[in-house]
Design a protein around this ligand. Structure first.
Ligand code: ADP
Length: 393
């Protein structure tokens, strides 16, 4: 990322011993980011990969609690900090290991945090690692920025829950990654449905699928869903790795980790198919979604454009065009503006909406989207509830 940030020789030395680095991020707290980071690390270690788990949430380090490290201060040997060896292949470092009193709160400013993060890399006896998993605090503050600057090859794994509020926050994390040039490995939808502890039945208690639609909106891989399993909470509280307690989590995590390691679509040998719709008037993207002349539909298989067709939508009535787009098999709609009701209809039918696209030739817009280079501004329609407005409310 950011050219001009000098390379730190000690960190360069550390990175020589690490094959791959992933940072687990979330838009807000409580979505299960640390639980996912711990699960990913434990699952990678169980596959035989030499794994490091680094908790850089210096204010609220929960990895220690999740992995049962509480009350175990970390020691040094020959001036190097010894990470906690959770198993043969899994080493962990967390600020918790340095606190005298486990309930102490740290009140630190940015530069001090950056210093600790650097020390976690350079002063810890990690030994060679196949994978380093970093659990960052929620949001887009000093800590993820520090990682982006120190480790330009780091890939981001973004955790969300299916609900709209979490999804709105997680967009900021995804945009942060784009801004700092960090590769987005993909999105995990945690707390996606509920697994009954008695019969194993899977019920969708919140609307699920939001994470997958968001992955389409940003054209990044969807890594998988993790159900709500009460035994995860109990494992966390008992300081036992949730993978050891939750059968549902172990199975879902194995799939997620395969997707992380090998790219979401290839892992399953599936063809990844998208149908991108763009409203068109006069040969250009029409900012009037509900009153365009026609829609361009671009079919994309495994990232390659394979077919385009232009179709005239039915006459504009509230809700008609969004439902028609879903019927046509659209998976993503790229628009200048769209009212909230139309967006809700599309999203509830699993169709992603990218708002705020500037007018241009529709195929150029599709190309920019596929290259993850589409710049978006504000939604050109913010007149919710205005039935007469030209947007499709
Ligand atoms: P974050 O790091 O995003 O703040 P945590 O990983 O600390 O979130 O998780 C918050 C709470 O939710 C914890 O009590 C954790 O045990 C619980 N939790 C996380 N994921 C799941 C899940 N899939 N099923 C049940 N409980 C979960």
């Amino acid at each position: 990322m950011e050219q001009g940030v000098p390379k730190d020789p000690e960190i360069q030395e550390f990175l020589k011993g690490v094959k791959q680095v992933f940072m687990v991020m979330s838009g807000k707290g409580g979505v299960g980011k640390s639980t996912m980071a711990a699960g990913i690390a434990a699952s990678l270690a169980a596959k035989g990969l030499r794994t490091g788990l680094m908790d850089i949430d210096v204010h609220g380090p929960s990895i220690a609690r999740i992995m049962g490290l509480t009350g175990m201060p970390l020691g040094t040997v020959g001036g190097k900090i010894q990470p906690y060896a959770h198993s043969e292949n899994l080493k962990i470092i967390s600020m918790q290991g340095f606190l005298q009193n486990q309930d102490d709160a740290l009140i630190w400013r940015g530069p001090l945090k950056i210093g600790v993060i650097k020390q976690f890399m350079t002063d810890v006896e990690w030994g060679p690692l196949d994978v380093l998993v970093i659990d960052s605090p929620p949001g887009t503050g000093d800590e993820p920025l520090t990682i982006a600057q120190f480790i330009p090859d780091c890939g981001a794994i973004v955790v969300t829950t299916p609900q709209g509020v979490a999804l709105a926050d997680v967009r900021k994390s995804l945009n942060f990654c784009r801004q700092v040039g960090m590769d987005i490995v993909g999105i995990i939808e945690n707390m996606s449905g509920y697994v009954c502890p008695q019969c194993g039945h899977h019920a969708d208690i919140f609307k699920s699928g939001g994470g997958e639609t968001l992955a389409r909106e940003f054209n990044v891989p969807f890594l998988g869903r993790m159900p709500i399993d009460p035994s995860v909470v109990m494992a966390g509280d008992d300081g036992v790795s949730a993978l050891e307690r939750s059968v549902a989590m172990k199975a879902a995590m194995a799939e997620i980790v395969d997707n992380i390691l090998s790219g979401a679509a290839e892992a399953k040998g599936e063809t990844k198919m998208e149908k991108i719709a763009v409203p068109v008037a006069g040969g250009m993207l029409s900012s009037h979604f509900g009153h365009c002349e026609e829609f361009l539909f671009a079919t994309v298989e495994n990232g390659k454009l394979t077919k385009t067709e232009n179709l005239v939508p039915p006459p504009h009535e509230p809700g008609v065009i969004p439902n028609w787009l879903a019927q046509q098999g659209a998976t993503v709609v790229l628009v200048g503006g769209m009212g909230e009701r139309a967006q809700d209809i599309l999203q509830s039918r699993g169709v992603a909406v990218v708002c705020g696209v500037q007018s241009d030739k529709p195929l150029k817009i599709v190309d920019l989207y596929l290259k993850r280079n589409l710049k978006v501004g504000d939604n050109a329609c913010n007149h919710d509830g205005d039935e007469d407005h030209h947007c499709d409310h």
